[in-house]
Design a protein around this ligand. Structure first.
Ligand code: SF4
Length: 476
């Protein structure tokens, strides 16, 4: 398991990054709130409808996958199935070899990050060019995304101007319009010349065999129409049954993500160019990949995480994420949804550590447009991490080594918390425990990190007696 302590200390010391992330997150929070108040009469009702639409697809996922394959094939697309992330990369690699393509254009896609496509291709001597502005900034700076919607939000415009100047040999600029113009000029030639474009998918509509792609910059549309071959990478949980289901969910996506009423581009792709059409790709390939999603689907504690529409609202509102930034999680998916899915997609033994980066405040669950109970899932994953997972343990949980001291501590806490008598004694003596923590907490094993960074209130006297006398509190 990765140890994030050193990484987090470095990120906490990066004042500029913290300022950039914090101001961006607060702006996104304000925009979301203002938009919901101004434009939506029944936001909660819409959330319930989207929750049902996604659940409907998850409850019948096998049928939806087969239905999508049948209809997309009828529409002239080629559907591929990949069980692992390596399988998905291999399909793209083989297509590139078959079509004699050595470079591909890429729109923004978290799926491609998840399967590690850029690295895979690089390893094989091939390359992928990022066309989303944020992703291009990261590619030039050799960094990974810090956020699932706004991947380079940790950088301000001055830092981006410096990076462009250093990597692209242009004059140093800091005006957003000029920075955009530099990126546009840099990418234009590539759009004209390349044969294969890669995109993600926001919704795959099974009853129509169509894919729906949302974006703001127009580069996604370029990647899916300018090249002769378009390859879309799609996790199986992106399938919904109907256009109505996709539209319901789409209505919640950009307001939650960036506080925009609608995205700049909604691209609905129903197949390759037809005989009488002048543009569009001649081939469309859709790769449906699993990468442990069926394990998540089979777990009643976690299947709801597959409703995620990757809006990033849970990150924007997380009081921990905005202090440490997404790189601190050292995972493809950071923030609250990352804490839930990264350990399950890549293994608890690899990413279980990020479960401690949560204060369980519950804000993420409140803002999630498809009502994923993120905070309670994080709590259950912590339970699984300490070895109490039961039969259907998340990926890698059974390979974890458990600290005897930690297990003993949790077992004792459970004994006390579930026995009214012991709980009363513990509350009655809380001031003594508090005194111990205040005086020597920073050198007590297990508690020392916690005690170093927490300002605890001073407790005096017998708290149980005080609680007992409070009006409205009854103890048996
Ligand atoms: S968990 Fe919810 S809030 Fe977070 S990215 Fe997914 S849909 Fe958005």
């Amino acid at each position: 398991m990765k140890n994030h302590s050193e990484l987090i200390k470095t990120k906490l010391a990066d004042k500029q990054m913290r300022e950039n992330v914090s101001s961006a997150m607060h702006a996104l929070q304000d925009r979301r709130k203002a938009l919901i108040n101004a434009k939506f009469q029944d936001w909660q009702g819409l959330r319930t409808k989207a929750q049902k639409a996604k659940n409907n697809a998850l409850y019948t996922l096998k049928d939806r996958v087969l239905e999508f394959e049948k209809n997309a094939t009828k529409n002239g697309m080629k559907v591929h199935f990949a069980n692992t992330k390596e399988d998905a990369c291999e399909i793209i690699y083989e297509l590139m070899v078959e079509k004699k393509v050595s470079k591909v254009l890429k729109g923004k896609s978290m799926a491609s990050e998840e399967i590690g496509l850029n690295h895979y291709l690089e390893h094989k001597g091939l390359s992928a060019i990022e066309t989303d502005l944020g992703e291009l900034i990261l590619q030039l700076g050799n960094e990974t995304p810090v956020h699932i919607v706004v991947p380079a939000i940790h950088k301000n415009r001055y830092e981006i101007g410096e990076l462009f100047s250093e990597k692209l040999g242009v004059a140093k600029e800091s005006e957003p319009e000029k920075l955009n113009a530099i990126a546009r000029t840099h990418l234009r030639n590539e759009f004209e010349g390349l044969e294969m474009g890669i995109s993600g998918v926001n919704f795959a509509i099974s009853s129509e065999g169509a894919i729906w792609l949302i974006e703001n910059e127009g580069n996604g549309r370029m990647c899916t129409t300018a090249p002769t071959i378009h390859v879309a990478i799609c996790g199986i949980e992106k399938i919904v049954e109907s256009f109505t289901d996709a539209a319901t969910t789409d209505t919640l996506l950009t307001p939650s993500a960036t506080g925009q009423f609608i995205p700049a581009y909604n691209n609905i792709i129903t197949g390759p160019r037809k005989a009488d059409e002048l543009d569009g790709p001649k081939e469309v390939h859709v790769i449906l990949f699993n990468n442990h999603r069926t394990n998540i689907l089979s777990n009643e504690d976690y299947y709801e995480a597959l409703r995620c529409i990757r809006c990033g609202a849970c990150m924007n509102f997380c009081p921990v994420y905005d202090k440490i930034g997404g790189h601190s999680y050292d995972a493809v998916y950071p923030g609250p949804i990352g804490e839930v899915i990264s350990p399950q997609l890549f293994g608890m033994n690899e990413h279980g550590d990020i479960l401690s980066l949560c204060s369980l405040c519950g804000r993420c669950s409140e803002v999630c447009p498809v009502k994923i109970p993120l905070d309670s899932m994080i709590r259950k994953l912590r339970r699984d991490k300490i070895g109490e997972a039961g039969d259907n343990a998340p990926l890698g949980a059974n390979e974890l080594e458990h600290s005897a001291m930690e297990s003993y501590g949790f077992a004792k806490f459970a004994d006390i918390a579930t026995s009214p008598k012991m709980w009363r004694v513990a509350i009655g003596n809380a001031s003594k425990f508090n005194w111990l923590l205040q005086s020597v907490g920073t050198s007590l094993p297990v508690l020392k990190n916690w005690a170093t960074y927490k300002d605890l209130p001073e407790l005096k006297g017998n708290i149980y007696k005080e609680l007992e006398n409070l009006e409205g509190v009854s103890y048996e």
